[in-house]
Structures are given as structure tokens and as C-alpha cells.
Design a protein around this ligand. Structure first.
Ligand code: GLV
Ligand code: GLV
Length: 327
């Protein structure tokens, strides 16, 4: 009998991914439907050739060091700030993510949040359920239009562009910020205009964040940035919580420096600033950007294929973040 490579899966994924993996590898699945404790991860990874982890599993140098036979770290997410990629690269371990398959799904949630914040959908739903609806009224639940407004997109990668595509249908003016300006072709395709970050913040009615969390984007949006925004503007974050300074955001909302926010990600997930919960003009969702059945299945198949490419086919994983490891 041929020995099958051993793979640790830190939490159960949609079944098609599990089935594909189980055809090829010896899979150990965390039996609890809960995050794997650090201690269990360090124990579990010891004899494994691969690990499939989640965005809330911290795979740092200590975890990687514990895994002497590790040949792949496959993240079940597009963002990979939870992994010490440098430590993995040093060991020549490929790290993979799940790009592309969740772009449209995340852009849809972003647009749902823009509309929810502007049109007070959550607020209005709560009002109705509390039995407060006594009939149509001229001033009931007035929000703001999205149509014809200016959308500022911070980070014009796959997801940022997919959001722009939707905004076109709402006749929004689209402005974007990237550290390096993009080509004329891309700008033309999305009718998007390049702005400095400061100008984007000054001009936008809605600011939406689509950049990865790295050292240079930590607290990118803090005191100065909120002071540049319009008092009528909303901020939407479906990227990573720590890009926005949450304490300063609370202050900006309380002092009405901005009109509202819609957040799918938080600085200390799953913890959420208590004050954010108490403020009514916030829409808060539990990190569900990629959470459609279709997309989560595609992500599960994608991580499975990455693991199989390396451990079974002895090749390169299609979605490697650190391709240097193959040199
Ligand atoms: C979700 O947040 C992801 O990065 O896939
Ligand atoms: C992911 O799809 C991204 O745009 O980073």
C-alpha cells in the first residue's frame, strides 16, 4: 500500500472539498465545529505534510516550526495576514490562498452593505419588528440616495473593480486609490478616476475598502482620515478589521464626523467594540463576505486542488502566494 500524505484540516469545510481531498490524502479533521486551539494545532500539525487553515487560525513561526514535514499551507481565504509567509518561505513551504472565486460574492456583500447603510434597511427592519410601524409617513426612516453619488474605492484589485462594476449600474461617480496608479485601459473600463487617498476621502459619499492587511495598511483609516471625510459620508469595510482604527471610528460616529458605517470585519474578531453595537447608524455583519454556498464550495475545491498539486502530484500549487519557494 502506498502511504498517503497526511493533511490537517483545522475545521470542517463544504463536503465537495472534503470528498476530493479524501480521494488522495489521509485527512485529519478537527472534530469540533469551533476554531482549533493553538495547542491542538501545534500537536496536530507535527506529523502532517499539509495543513488547510482558516483566516482566524494564526499560523506563525512557532506553528510552522512544530511541523517538520510540512510541504504546504493552504489558506481557506483570499486574505492571508494570519500566516507568517516569511517563515514559510524560509522553509520553502508554499502558502496558497483562494483568489478569484470569491470576488463577485464579496462585491455583492459590499453593495448590500452600501445600500443597507444608506437606506437604513437593518434599522427599518428592527423598527418594524418592534411593532413601531403605524403607517406610511413623510419623514419615516429617511436615508440617503446611492444613485448619482461618489463612491471612493480604496484598493482597485479584483474585488474593488467588481464593486465598481456594480456602482456603474447605480450611476455612481467612481474614484479609486491605489499606491500606484493603474493603466488608462483599466480606468476606462470601469469609468474610474484616480485620486490621492486624501482627495478620495474628501470627495466620496461612500468609502469602501478592498486592500489586504499588511504593515503599511494597519490603521490606514484613523483620525486624520475621518476628519477629511464628508459629514454625510459612509465607510464600508469588507476587507480586514485592523485597516480601520475601530476606537477612532467610534469617536467619528459619535461626534458625527461621518454619517454611518457598515462593517463585515472587525479589529479584534470575534470581539466587536461595544460602543459600535450601541450606535444605531451602523450595519454590522459577522465576516460573511464570501459566505454563499456556491462560493464556499468553490473555495473548498480550490484548497483541495492546491494541496493535491503539491502533496500528490509533486508539482506547484496553482494559487501560490510565495512562488519563490519553487526556485
Ligand atoms: C475572507 O475574508 C477572505 O480573505 O477570504
Ligand atoms: C481578491 O479577489 C482581491 O481583490 O484581492
Amino acid at each position: 500500500m502506498v502511504l498517503r500524505p497526511k493533511v490537517l484540516l483545522t475545521r470542517r469545510l463544504p463536503q465537495p472539498g472534503i470528498e476530493l481531498l479524501e480521494k488522495h490524502v489521509d485527512l485529519s479533521i478537527n472534530p469540533l465545529d469551533a476554531p482549533m486551539s493553538r495547542q491542538n494545532m501545534i500537536m496536530g500539525i507535527k506529523d502532517k505534510g499539509g495543513v488547510i487553515c482558516l483566516l482566524n487560525d494564526r499560523v506563525d513561526a512557532k506553528v510552522i516550526d512544530a511541523a517538520k514535514h510540512l510541504k504546504i499551507i493552504a489558506n481557506y481565504a483570499v486574505g492571508y495576514n494570519n500566516i507568517d509567509v516569511q517563515a514559510a518561505t524560509k522553509r520553502k513551504i508554499p502558502v496558497t490562498n483562494t483568489p478569484g472565486v470569491l470576488t463577485e460574492t464579496t462585491a455583492n456583500l459590499t453593495f448590500a452593505l452600501i445600500l443597507s447603510a444608506a437606506r437604513r434597511i437593518v434599522d427599518a427592519d428592527r423598527y418594524l419588528r418592534e411593532g413601531k410601524f403605524k403607517g406610511w409617513a413623510p419623514m419615516l426612516m429617511l436615508g440617503n440616495d446611492v444613485y448619482n453619488k461618489t463612491l471612493g474605492i480604496i484598493g482597485f484589485g479584483r474585488i474593488g473593480r467588481a464593486v465598481a462594476q456594480r456602482a456603474k449600474g447605480f450611476h455612481m461617480k467612481i474614484i479609486y486609490y491605489e499606491p500606484v496608479r493603474l493603466s488608462h485601459e483599466i480606468e476606462k473600463k470601469y469609468s474610474a478616476e484616480y485620486k490621492s487617498l486624501d482627495d478620495l476621502l474628501k470627495e466620496s459619499d461612500f468609502v469602501t475598502i478592498h486592500i489586504p492587511l499588511v504593515e503599511s495598511t494597519y490603521h490606514l483609516i484613523s483620525g486624520k482620515e475621518f476628519s477629511l471625510m464628508k459629514e454625510t459620508a459612509y465607510i464600508i469595510n469588507t476587507a480586514r478589521g485592523p485597516i480601520v482604527d475601530e476606537k477612532v471610528l467610534v469617536k467619528a460616529l459619535k461626534e458625527r464626523m461621518i454619517a454611518g458605517c457598515a462593517l463585515d470585519v472587525f479589529e479584534r474578531e470575534p470581539e466587536v467594540e461595544k460602543e459600535l453595537i450601541a450606535i444605531p447608524n451602523t450595519v454590522l455583519t459577522p465576516h460573511i463576505g464570501s459566505a454563499s454556498i456556491e462560493t464556499r464550495i468553490k473555495m473548498a475545491l480550490m484548497v483541495a486542488k492546491n494541496v493535491i498539486a503539491v502533496l500528490v502530484q509533486n508539482g506547484r500549487a496553482p494559487n501560490t502566494i510565495n512562488p519563490k519557494v519553487y526556485e
